[in-house]
Ligand binder design. Structure first.
Ligand SMILES: NC(=O)c1ccc[n+]([C@@H]2O[C@H](COP(=O)([O-])OP(=O)(O)OC[C@H]3O[C@@H](n4cnc5c(N)ncnc54)[C@H](O)[C@@H]3O)[C@@H](O)[C@H]2O)c1
Length: 249
């Protein structure tokens, strides 16, 4: 198993990609902290893990709040004694023309998607420095690499994650803390449910996507397993695009 006895915190693990990562990490031998502001979804993830004989603990966490992030890390330390892996996954999408989007929506997207990466990483790094090793993986998006119509704050937040990943990777490489991010393409989750139900979008995706299917959370989970495992110790500051070839066009 690739993550035998590793301790991982996964934010937004109550749904979609985060849940997929949590389940895959446990299959590979890890114990996980399921952090989410939605108790219902997160408890379901914990249930799925414990039913399979795995170990998981839920912490109610709003990733945009420093006090919640501190509590998330504290719970992990109290329960498991250390943090080997942090996955900054929680995120939201708000659509709208830039000249119409409200300041509140802009702030919410930037706080939940990008500030959370700063807060989460800054809080676990001191613990990883004590261990002399660590893995930080953030879920960015291809929307951080190419423009997405009416996705201004989302694109800005994901581009920010990519830039911050590269900065942190350089800063903490000497201490063997690997910092990488994954840029998924369109993945079938609650976030994309409405979009994928729209026939125009379906037609667009089928006619223009190079790979003949939409992504699923497991596609991203396996990329996260790789970046969390010891085998990827020399991979640092990388943006791992998992999109069926979308941005290769
Ligand atoms: N689905 C896609 O096509 C896609 C593509 C690229 C990137 N992503 C990114 O992947 C990540 C996961 O998205 P998903 O598709 O699984 O969406 P999702 O809506 O299924 O899951 C998001 C999870 O994050 C949680 N969350 C939201 N705001 C939170 C907050 N403030 N504090 C704590 N938890 C919070 C939600 O409760 C939910 O459990 C996001 O960062 C998203 O931007 C998704």
């Amino acid at each position: 198993m690739r993550l035998q006895n590793k301790i991982a915190i996964i934010t937004g693990a109550g749904s979609g990609i985060g849940r997929g990562i949590a389940l895959s990490f446990v299959k590979e031998g890890a114990m996980v902290v399921v952090a989410d502001w939605s108790e219902e979804g997160a408890q379901e993830t914990v249930k799925l893990i414990t039913e399979e004989g795995g170990e998981a603990v839920f912490v109610k966490t709003d990733v945009s709040k420093k006090a919640d992030i501190r509590q998330m890390v504290r719970t992990c330390l109290d329960r498991f004694g250390r943090v080997d892996i942090l996955v900054n996954n929680a995120g939201v999408y708000k659509s709208g023309s830039l000249h119409e989007i409200s300041e509140e929506d802009w702030d919410a997207v930037l706080d939940i998607n990008l500030k959370s990466v700063f807060l989460g990483s800054a809080t676990v790094i001191p613990e990883m420095l004590k261990l002399g090793k660590g893995k930080i993986i953030s879920i960015a998006s291809i929307a951080g690499l190419v423009g997405f119509d009416k996705g201004g704050p989302y694109c800005a937040s994901k581009g920010g994650i990519i830039a911050l990943t590269r900065e942190m990777a350089l800063e903490y490489a000497p201490q063997k803390i690997n910092v990488n991010c994954i840029a998924p393409g369109v993945i079938r989750t609650a976030m994309t449910k409405d979009m994928l139900a729209d026939p125009t979008t379906q037609q667009f995706l089928t006619s223009s996507a190079p790979y003949p299917r939409v992504g699923v959370p497991e596609d991203i989970a396996m990329a996260a397993v790789y970046l969390a495992a010891d085998e990827s110790d020399f991979v640092n500051g990388e943006v791992l695009v998992v999109d069926g070839g979308w941005v290769a066009k």
